[in-house]
Design a protein around this ligand. Structure first.
Ligand code: NOJ
Ligand code: CA
Length: 551
């Protein structure tokens, strides 16, 4: 008898978990994933052509960074039309084909919903800008200046300079938290909410399984437009004063929008991932909603700010999010964050460290969101000269801030020209090591990072303790080794991660956690470990990872 496909399985399992709680998500940057028509730019048919690969790897859902029509001031995060596909990436028909083929492969497709601001080329903004009395004027945030040439207040843009841009034609300023061509929408206007919500309904009908919500923290600003307090006298990378962003961020009203958006998602068996940058766990907790009725998957970015192999820091962060009451969502890198290989690599054991970090975020209780290329150990390929920079953030901030091109380079498929991404030179240069770090070569090597990822994904889909088990920290004082158990009913999986460059003989303190210390069977290890392991003393090689199950 054939097993039901994943999409046919019941909505909730016996532990009350829904599909997205057991799924592995994979973020891909459409411009850099696969180029089907050899113009140097990745596209939607390119993504479709790689679904089989993603299924082989064990991915359940993809989140596609924005593929809507856009002038690409911020590479798609400046949307000029929410109801179409950018011609660089294909057509709506290509999108429908992707959705249909993905369904066949049991892969769900999520889009990136840029709901806080639009492009200034969006017809909504064009109308709003046309006159002060235009009915859409209030869809954006317009204010008079404090005086001639003076913006309404001191708020600064994340990408440098004032967050206000003057429009001489109407003699008012409009607000943009990001680039000037990204005017913020006025979510206090009910028409904005209605129109943006309709966008999600339209895509759900086409078969989309959810959205990653962009920049939700800056969706609202203070209704009185008060100045932010300035901290000290230092300037940031753009030469702006450093502000405490209390009036342009995290305004309480945004939670109402998230609750209403969630309701529509629930009606469509869809899921919302949040771009939820927070500075403490209480802030993160708010995004789940008081009744777990806001963002299903607020990403824990505090996890990504741990930039060294520090068991103590990881332990603390895991404990916080695991005990938060919400379902943890683990991320290590994305299109805004430097790749794992660079952040944690020591230059000598980078492959081992890539496997170590994979073993961490893919064995925790929660949902992991992978970033394309991490599974083959891609590294950052940062621009060397200012004239090569494609990311406006790098253009504005050079040389202090080189921008995010480095983590957005083309996926490395094989050792042929341009890493098999395209027949012509790609929009960003391919990483220097692509001849050995590519999918083709690593598929053939049983010890590759890619095959290690594949085994890990398979394990987390089939092992009951990894699927359902609670998280129990072990050896909490160990400065070198991060160890924990995942326990479900009679099953106990142990995870031992050596974050140091020397061999560690680990004596797991199981007794104090009431875990019986029978021998364990190795399920997966990044080094040659015996099949049976005595848990009284587990030898773990430098930067090695060991995952085993108590017998
Ligand atoms: C969040 C996106 O992740 C980032 O890439 C983008 O630059 C900002 N939003 C602003 O649009
Ligand atoms: Ca193309």
């Amino acid at each position: 008898m054939a097993l039901p496909s994943r999409s046919q399985q019941t909505a909730v399992d016996k532990e009350g978990h829904q599909w997205w709680q057991h799924a592995v998500f994979y973020e891909l940057y459409p411009r850099s994933f696969a180029d089907s028509n050899n113009d140097g730019i990745g596209d939607i048919p390119g993504v479709t052509s790689k679904l089989e690969y993603l299924r082989w790897l064990g991915v359940d859902a993809i989140w596609i960074a924005p593929m809507f029509p856009s002038p690409h001031v911020d590479w798609g995060y400046d949307v000029s039309d929410y109801y179409n596909v950018d011609p660089d990436y294909g057509t709506l028909q290509n999108m429908d084909e992707l959705l249909a083929k993905a369904k066949q492969q049991d892969i769900r497709v999520l889009l990136d919903f840029v709901l806080t601001y639009t492009s200034d080329q969006n017809k909504w903004f064009q109308e709003a800008k046309s006159s002060r009395s235009n009915p859409k004027r209030d869809w954006y945030i317009w204010r008079d200046g404090k005086g001639p040439g003076q913006p309404p207040n001191n708020w600064t843009s994340l990408f440098g300079g004032s967050a206000w841009k003057f429009d001489p034609a109407s003699d008012q300023w409009y607000y943009h938290y990001f680039y000037p061509p990204q005017p913020n929408l006025n979510w206090r206007n009910p028409e904005v909410e209605k129109n943006l919500f309709d966008v999600t309904r339209w895509w759900y009908k086409r078969g989309v399984a959810g959205f990653r919500l962009d920049a939700v923290d800056v969706m609202y600003v203070d209704s009185q437009f008060r100045d932010n307090p300035v901290v000290g006298t230092d300037k940031n990378a753009f030469g702006d004063p450093v502000e405490r962003e209390i009036y342009d961020k995290n305004q309480p009203e945004l939670h109402g929008v998230l609750r209403r958006l969630r309701k529509i998602a629930d009606e469509n068996n869809a899921v919302l991932i949040g771009e939820t940058w927070t500075s403490d766990i209480d802030q993160l907790r708010k995004y789940y909603g008081e009744h777990n009725d806001e963002v299903n998957m607020p990403m824990d970015f505090m996890f990504t700010t741990i930039n060294k192999l520090s068991p103590a820091d990881f332990r603390k962060q895991i404990q916080w999010v695991d005990g938060s009451g919400g379902w943890p969502v683990y991320v290590l890198s994305n299109h805004d964050i430097r790749r794992v290989y660079d952040r944690y690599g020591d230059g000598q054991h980078n492959d081992q460290i890539a496997k170590l970090m994979a073993s961490l975020y893919l064995t925790l209780r929660g949902t992991p969101v992978m970033y394309y290329g991490e599974e083959i150990g891609m590294e950052n390929n940062d621009p060397k000269r200012p004239e090569d920079v494609k990311d406006s953030m790098g253009k504005a901030g050079w040389p202090k801030e080189k921008g995010r091109d480095g983590e957005r380079t083309p996926m490395q498929w094989n050792a042929k020209a341009n890493a098999g991404f395209s027949a012509v030179a790609p929009w960003l240069p391919v990483g220097a090591r692509y001849k050995s770090y590519n999918v083709d070569i690593q598929k053939k090597d049983p010890n590759s990072i890619l095959n290690y990822y594949r085994l890990l994904l398979s394990l987390r889909h089939t092992n009951a303790a990894l699927l359902e088990g609670k998280y129990i920290a072990l050896n909490e004082d160990d400065p070198n080794v991060l160890a924990y158990a995942r326990i479900y009913q009679t099953k106990t999986v142990l995870v031992v991660l050596n974050m140091s460059g020397v061999l560690q003989k680990v004596r797991l303190d199981l007794a104090s956690k009431d875990i019986h210390a029978h021998p364990a069977k190795t399920l997966l290890s990044s080094f040659a470990a015996p099949k049976q392991v005595d848990v009284d003393e587990i030898s773990v090689e430098p930067f090695g990872a060991w995952v085993g199950e108590i017998q």
